[in-house]
Design a protein around this ligand. Structure first.
Ligand code: ATP
Length: 754
């Protein structure tokens, strides 16, 4: 007998309530265990370290349960063998009933037909049910029948109090909040294939605006962490986004999926200890991202390996030695021919100079004292070298010729000195060099981070002393652990002392001192993401680059250093490239790293922007690339884009009027060129942002107002791409307000002037 809407709702409510009860039980268990572990004190070092890993595990479980609270269960599939599978944010098992599955984690292979089954390829699924909940209450259900028999035997496919709007359209039409939501309930087939792709090299996800590239990238991170947990928990996953606003916008998605072990960063913040706080000029940023910078930086480092203009006399003991060009040239040649990075080649330079100076001392002593030089033993000469090495004047003079350098020092000095820059970059024009110079403000821009990273490679870190200290610390830790094990063994029952019962395991049988020391030190360590963030040489298990078209060639080198296994998901749209240093071809950018061994996956449906707006955007896309195809919009909004011309003086008032007319729920953006943005900043409020195109990359708003689009075109060599990005940010409404001529590519908006 067909199930009516109300009884279907009641039935699902009963099931969902049972799942929440299970969730409460799981939560109570984790919380009790956590408090118990936290209350315990003392015990052996091993017990302490076990407690720490348990408390971390229970805390993570609790965070996962909290994240699953909203929309715990959102779907169900019925299979033709009458099996029913409920799909949700986490897996729930029935502990009292042979660990039977009550709820499948959306990432589990058995949950996959929920996303993939279609009427053409039902994959055994007869019905897919979307279950929508608010708090713990089931508010509606929406069924799709994948085979006709099942539809007919159900009598009514949709109707009554059962959901009347598909879950996908409901999600797409919802007012925006300024934070991205997860899409686990409505992942589409072409997206699912990418999220679960088992491709182990570079996977490029190319798709037009609004096709869900970012959503897919984030869900792929969650899927990979779930599927390859062992492998990725230690090395971590890095997600790179275009700017801090964007990272804030997507920041909640992974925690809502119960995943915390991911580092989100911009390129500008990827170099540890440096925060980008300055903006380059367009030409400056473009140059900084180009491969030409590698030679310039190499020259800048070589420029710091100096020869003295005239010989430097140095007083040592009773003699004077000369640090002359010949000695320094030879030492520099030796150090350079070692092909080591600057700081690591420095000891070779220093040794060579010390040897030459020691020779001079020996000769001078021979001249001063009868038979002096011959009287010196090998040990005496070694002492002379040691003394020269500890002489501040001598070491100061050597240090000025081949100083120990940090990437920050080299970059600041290069970009603040026209002379140094001219020496390092003789091939650049005067204008280009001027575009690189810092002026009065000595701070870093986003494009400086890859330069610092490049310099860190050219300079190397002479960490021999730090390593020696770490070694000493490690040996001390092992000695402590050994002591702890000795005490444990010493406290074994007396009657076992003489004849240890081979059946009774002693501490030594279970763990040796170095393992114990390791456990103790990992117990106090930071999370994987925190450790990775502070370590320039960290290599990740997987890297996801979003808005990847914006990365410069040097930024790619920086990313690739962090992922030697090349397991990368690259997400972007070459038609949206705004940065002049960005890319218009995936092959060109990836070739040096993986040749042609990368795979392309395409997304073709636009979930964000209504068809009316995409009609306008299509003309702009054709101007960027006549061959490109625009993604198909999944819905119409019924609100055609409009345009209004006003006098220059009325511009601000007109924008204010339109913004004020937005009274419904949701958020708006006013998008303008750089200078205009500053003029319009006063319009900002909780629901209105005034932004440049660079700032709106990857974001979306219910309503978008573009002000004087000609400004946007004029402002950058990639102005047309910027306009395309601006046009495709709206989920509902688009308006253009202008005082300058309207660009010809926007004629279609003209046609619908209101
Ligand atoms: N399967 C889906 N179910 C529900 N919403 C979806 C789905 N796919 C995408 N969306 C929504 O569509 C909007 C656009 O997605 P997203 O920002 O990931 O697109 P994008 O391709 O990265 O866009 P752009 O290149 O313009 O930045 C978001 O609001 C996202 O939540």
């Amino acid at each position: 007998m067909p199930e009516d809407g109300q009884s279907a709702l009641d039935r699902e409510q009963a099931y969902v309530s049972m799942l929440y009860q299970q969730l409460d039980t799981m939560r109570a268990y984790a919380s009790t265990r956590l408090s118990k572990v936290l209350l315990e004190t003392g015990g052996t070092p091993q017990a302490r370290s076990e407690r720490e890993s348990f408390s971390q595990m229970y805390a993570e479980d609790l965070a996962k349960y909290d994240a699953a609270e909203n929309g715990l269960c959102f779907g169900r599939i019925d299979l033709d063998d009458l099996e029913e599978r409920y799909i949700g944010r986490i897996g729930v098992l029935d502990e009292k009933n042979d660990f039977e599955t009550l709820l499948l984690d959306w990432r589990a292979p058995l949950a996959r037909p929920f996303y993939l089954a279609t009427t053409a390829a039902p994959d055994g699924v007869t019905r897919r049910r979307h279950i929508r909940t608010r708090s713990r209450r089931v508010t509606s259900i929406n069924d799709e029948y994948l085979d006709l028999d099942a539809a007919e035997s159900a009598g009514r496919i949709d109707g009554g109090s059962v959901g009347t709007e598909s879950a996908l359209l409901a999600a797409l039409n919802a007012a925006r909040t300024g934070h991205m939501n997860d899409i686990v309930e409505t992942i589409q087939g072409e997206q699912d294939a990418i999220i679960r792709s088992d491709h182990k090299s570079v996977l490029v996800v190319q798709g037009g605006p609004g096709t869900g590239k970012t959503a897919v990238a984030l869900h792929r991170a969650a899927y990979l962490l779930y599927t390859y947990r062992q492998q990725l928990a230690k090395s971590g996953v890095l997600i790179i986004g275009p700017n801090a606003t964007f990272l804030d916008y997507i920041g909640q998605v992974l925690p809502s999926l119960g995943e915390t072990g991911v580092l989100l960063s911009t390129i500008g913040d990827l170099y540890p200890g440096v925060r980008a706080s300055r903006e380059d000029t367009i030409r400056g940023g473009e140059l900084k991202g180009s491969l030409a910078m590698i030679d310039i930086l190499r020259n800048a480092v070589r420029d710091r390996q100096e020869l003295p203009e005239t010989a430097v006399p140095l007083r040592f003991d009773s003699v004077t030695v000369l640090l002359d060009r010949r000695i320094v040239t030879r030492a520099r040649g030796r150090a350079r021919s070692s092909r080591r990075p600057h700081n690591l080649a420095r000891p070779i330079f220093v040794s060579s100079i010390i040897d030459s100076l020691a020779d001079q001392v020996v000769i001078a002593l021979g001249e001063n004292v009868v038979g002096g030089a011959n009287l010196l033993s090998r040990d005496d000469i070694a002492d002379i070298r040691d003394e020269l090495r500890s002489d501040p004047e001598v070491m100061g003079a050597i240090g000025r010729l081949w100083p120990e350098l940090s990437p920050q020092d080299v970059l600041i000095e290069l970009l603040s000195s026209p002379t140094r820059l001219a020496t390092a970059a003789p091939d650049l024009t005067d204008d280009d060099r001027a575009s690189l110079l810092l002026g009065d403000e000595w701070s870093f821009s986003a494009a400086d981070a890859p330069l610092l990273d490049e310099l860190a490679e050219l300079l190397g870190v002479d960490d021999a002393e730090e390593k020696e200290r770490a070694d000493r610390r490690w040996r001390a830790q092992i000695a402590d652990a050994q002591g702890a094990l000795d005490i444990l063994t010493g406290s074994a029952p007396q009657d076992l002392e003489d004849e240890v019962d081979p059946e009774i395991l002693m501490a030594y049988d279970l763990i040796d001192a170095s393992q114990l020391a390791q456990r103790q030190s990992t117990g106090t360590r930071l999370t994987t993401a925190e450790r990775a963030a502070g370590d320039r040489t960290w290599t990740y298990g997987h890297v996801i680059v979003d808005e990847a078209q914006e990365l410069s060639e040097l930024a790619w080198r920086m990313v690739m250093r962090r992922i030697p296994n090349r397991w990368i998901t690259v997400v972007g749209d070459v038609a949206q490239t705004g940065d002049p240093a960005g890319t218009s071809s995936w092959q060109r950018i990836l070739e040096p790293y993986v040749a042609r061994r990368w795979k392309l996956a395409e997304l073709t449906v636009n979930y964000r922007t209504p068809a009316e707006i995409m009609d306008v955007a299509e003309d702009v896309l054709a101007a960027i690339d006549p061959e490109a195809t625009i993604p198909r919009s999944i819905r119409n909004s019924g609100a055609p884009p409009w345009v209004e011309r006003v006098d220059e003086d009325d511009l601000e008032a007109a924008v204010r009027r339109h913004v004020a007319a937005e009274t419904g729920p949701g958020i708006s953006a006013v998008i303008a060129g750089h200078d205009l943005r500053a003029r319009l900043a006063g319009l900002e409020s909780d629901t209105v942002s005034v932004l440049t195109v660079r700032d709106v990359k990857g974001l979306e708003f219910d309503s978008v107002f573009i002000v004087d689009p000609q400004h946007i075109l004029d402002e950058s060599p990639r102005g047309m791409n910027d306009l395309y990005v601006a046009l495709t940010r709206a989920t509902q409404r688009l308006g253009v307000i202008h005082s300058q001529e309207l660009p010809a590519v926007l004629e279609r908006v003209h046609a619908v002037t209101r």
